[in-house]
Design a protein around this ligand. Structure first.
Ligand code: GDP
Length: 481
């Protein structure tokens, strides 16, 4: 996701960082690099121009002040981060609930944009928040759209209102209307209406969407758009805005090699915010859209907040509090605890997606892509082959026990040794954290000791702690350079 943009931003800033004190020409050249990167990423031209003008103006205005600071390039980076966050929507917005239930959400967009999948993802998300959603099958055009929605509904245990078979049969407006009535009668508090799309924008599609809109008066009309289609996404968004109108945008297929154009242009071109992002085919591949987090990812700073939230969700509260209690009491973190963490990590979904949220992930893109999710399964098999006593006291693991474990889990003894060594290292680190500052300063991932849960990103530079500034101006200038 946005890989190209991230690497271009990284290269623009690395040349800026090499400069130390900045001149206006330096700002112009970084602006030119950013401009080229945005154009290449399919961002609408007028959006690029105003973005670049804003960062240039703000940077030049502050140039004198910036050069007085210890890190001029960082100050420019902050300006770009702020402007990128603003262009992506500034503050994130969420679904507005109707004063009187049910809240009606209507999904629109072209065929294949991912509406039906999104209906399921959104329903699951809302259900997890304590709502009782109902899915309504008003896409009666696309082959199998109704059965697809029913299958998704079954998998997430959300009821689907589907009185018509679809595949060209049935009146979508009547279905939408009856669906909302059904929700009122049965006290579902949210109705998600899946509507038909066409392969391109046409009058018939718009008319049908308008009729559904007028029949159910949605509280939110969400325009679902495939982020992979580049500039076309903006044109389609504008056509839908003029036709049926919408209140918010959902970007889908952000897991692909989306160049970023749609995400960066859609708000500026339609005035409507992005509410959600879909990042894969599974129902869990869904995120709330946070402009600041997305800007952070595009600028290569990762998205630790989302990662921590996902970990928290995956780890049930009992396990988390048990681990926290153990940690506070000074008890050892055991392989039994590690086993529950492995379970939680499996619940979090694809490891590659999680690793991609780490700061500097761009630099280890290849390793992330090659990460084998089965590694978790193999590690789990090894721990499961240990007796409870061994899990609680790995010191018991002598040669013959290790050989037995390797045999039992179908792995090599070297793999068992490797796991035990890594575990000992993690245990030691936990002890040091407890004894020291307790890992303050960086957001923690619940229940995950560093070095054990997530593999350390190879090749990632660890920035040494900043030394205090020298009192000698000449020496300080040399240090800063
Ligand atoms: P609809 O015609 O708008 O209802 O589109 P569907 O929901 O049927 O989605 C079209 C195709 O895109 C299906 O094969 C989905 O599995 C796939 N899809 C939907 N969302 C995503 C996503 O975020 N990432 C990826 N990779 N595929 C997606």
């Amino acid at each position: 996701m946005f890989d190209n943009l991230t690497s271009k931003f990284a290269s623009a800033f690395s040349s800026l960082r090499a400069k130390g004190r900045l001149k206006s020409g330096d700002i112009d050249s970084v602006a030119a690099e950013i401009r080229a990167a945005l154009i290449e990423s399919d961002v609408a031209l007028d959006v690029v121009e105003s973005f670049v003008t804003r960062i240039t103006d703000r940077s030049l205005e502050k140039l004198e002040e910036v050069n007085k600071g210890i890190n001029p390039s960082q100050a420019i980076f902050t300006i770009v981060n702020e402007e990128l966050t603003a262009i992506l929507g500034g503050n994130s917005r969420r679904i507005r609930m109707a004063k009187k239930a049910p809240t009606v959400i209507m999904l629109t967009g072209l065929q294949g944009a991912g509406k039906t999948s999104l209906a399921g993802k959104l329903a699951l998300h809302l259900k997890k928040d304590g709502n009782t959603p109902l899915l309504v099958a008003s896409d009666l055009q696309r082959p199998n759209a109704v059965t697809q929605l029913q299958t998704v509904g079954d998998s997430i245990k959300v009821p689907v209102f589907a009185p018509e078979p679809g595949n060209g049969v049935g009146d979508p407006v009547a279905v939408a209307k009856a669906g909302v009535k059904f929700a009122q009668e049965k006290f579902y508090n949210i109705v998600i209406v899946d509507t038909a799309g066409r392969l391109g924008v046409d009058r018939e599609l718009m008319q049908e969407a308008i009729k559904i809109r007028d029949a159910v008066s949605p509280d939110e009309i969400l325009f679902v758009v495939d982020a992979m289609v580049g500039q076309d996404a903006v044109r389609t968004a504008q056509a839908f805005q003029e036709g049926v109108g919408f209140d918010g945008v959902v970007l889908t297929k952000l897991d692909g090699d989306a160049r970023g154009g749609a995400a960066l242009s859609v708000l500026a071109k339609t005035g409507k915010p992005i509410l959600f992002a879909s990042t894969g085919e599974k129902v869990e591949d869904f995120d709330l859209f946070y402009p600041d987090r997305m800007a952070s990812r595009i600028l290569g700073m990762g998205d630790i907040q989302t990662l921590a939230e996902q970990a928290k969700r995956a780890m049930d509260t009992t396990t988390t509090s048990r681990l926290e209690e153990k940690f506070a009491k000074g008890e050892d973190f055991t392989l039994t605890d590690f086993l529950s963490q492995l379970e939680a990590m499996k619940n979090m979904g694809s490891m590659s997606k999680m690793l991609a949220m780490l700061p500097g992930a761009g630099a280890i893109k290849k390793q992330i892509e090659n990460f084998d999710d089965n590694e978790l399964v193999r590690t789990q098999a090894i721990v499961q082959s240990m007796t409870p006593a061994e899990r609680n006291d790995p010191k018991l693991l002598n040669g013959s026990r290790r050989a037995r474990i390797a045999k039992g889990s179908g792995r090599q003894v070297s793999e068992v040794n490797n796991l035990v060594d890594r575990f000992a290292g993690a245990q030691k680190m936990m002890k040091q954290m407890r004894a020291g500052a307790g890992g303050k300063g960086s957001p923690s991932i619940p229940g995950m000791p560093a070095g054990m849960g997530l593999p350390a990103p190879a090749g990632q530079k660890v920035t040494p702690k900043k030394k205090s500034k020298s009192g000698n101006p000449a020496k300080r200038a040399a240090e800063e350079a």
